[in-house]
Design a binder for this molecule. Structure first.
Ligand code: ATP
Length: 305
């Protein structure tokens, strides 16, 4: 039996370029792995079967559309295993459809868990290629830490970070569809008259001030540089998120933004005590379902010792 722990991510910068002809957007995406995470346990089994536990388990599909099942089958196919046998259990703490790449994280964890269970010793570079086939956010969940993602987000450059940053995540009721949020981003750009195609919108670049804040371990500077181009779209689809962001800021967060495509909201705070206080205030505010205090960066998908 192998249990793999995998982090959720927050995008401390999510720069969204124009819509490309292949249907994707060019991104400048600074991924940051946080300790809030899932665990995927692989045990020998007949065929590929899944179970899931946790508060959002009812919202997780247990058929072949689950990234965990797809990851197991992809790894098996890569190694010519015709009839893979594994049972995978997902202990789910990452909010589902919450903009924290929970499904992608589980896919990365399943690659690592099956690789260990089947004693395949797949090189990391190959695992990263298989991860990119599964989805744009899966390679980062393998790496963890902090990384700049270019292209669809799958071309990764690890970044240097000094120290630990403290975060609070406010979990909303229900999820948001990532494609729907990108469509709303395009619609808002058209409405504003700026255009939404890759010939209208400049290619996004990583913000040097944000990279310096990470490298210097400067929470106040990072708070000032947090930026998410999808935030107006997420708030347009879920106007209540504006109240959540305000509640966290009033409770003492030094920075606030929608996490990825939302609807989870992320708050940067100055230390662990502030994280506990802001999480408590958010839970009492009535503007979210629950709130979690956590920290990062943490490593990517790895077996639990
Ligand atoms: P991202 O931030 O990458 O856009 P997200 O965190 O918003 O993703 P996920 O939790 O990954 O969203 O789930 C999006 C959808 O993917 C779910 O609604 C579900 O149908 C499907 N899905 C597939 N595999 C999983 C999984 N292991 N856990 C959760 N959802 C999964």
């Amino acid at each position: 039996m192998i249990t793999v722990r995998v982090p959720a991510k927050v995008n401390v910068q999510l720069g969204v370029g124009g819509l490309r002809t292949d249907g994707f957007h060019e991104l400048a995406n600074v991924f940051f792995a946080v300790a809030l995470g899932d665990e995927v346990t692989a045990t020998p089994g007949d065929g590929v079967t899944l179970t899931c536990s946790g508060p959002d388990a009812h919202a997780v599909p247990l058929d072949d559309s689950n990234l965990v099942a797809r990851a197991a089958r992809l790894l098996a196919a890569h190694h010519g295993i015709a009839d893979p046998g594994v049972h995978l259990h997902i202990a789910k703490a990452i909010p589902v459809a919450g903009g924290m790449a929970g499904g992608s994280a589980d896919g990365a964890a399943a690659l690592v868990a099956c690789d260990a269970l089947w004693q395949l010793d797949t090189p990391l570079d190959t695992l990263l290629e298989l991860a990119a086939e599964l989805g744009s956010d899966v390679p980062f969940a393998l790496l963890g830490g902090v990384a700049l993602g270019r292209g669809r987000g799958e071309i990764l450059q690890p970044l240097t970070v000094d120290g630990t940053f403290h975060w609070v995540f406010a979990v909303a009721d229900g999820g948001l569809s990532t494609p729907a949020v990108f469509r709303e981003c395009d619609r808002l750009r058209e409405e504003a008259g700026t255009g939404s195609s890759d010939t209208d919108v400049p290619v996004p670049e990583a913000d040097p001030a944000l990279l310096a804040a990470l490298a210097g371990g400067d929470a106040a500077a990072l708070a000032a540089a947090l930026a998410n181009d999808l935030q107006p779209a997420a708030v347009s689809l879920r106007p209540g998120l504006a109240d959540t962001l305000k509640a966290g800021t009033e409770a003492g967060a030094i920075g606030a933004l929608v996490s990825g495509s939302g609807p989870t909201c992320a708050f940067l705070v100055k230390d662990a005590d502030a994280a506990a206080a802001v999480a408590e205030a958010l839970r009492a505010s009535g503007t979210c379902r629950t709130a979690h205090a956590t920290y990062g960066p943490v490593p990517g998908a790895a077996p639990v010792a």
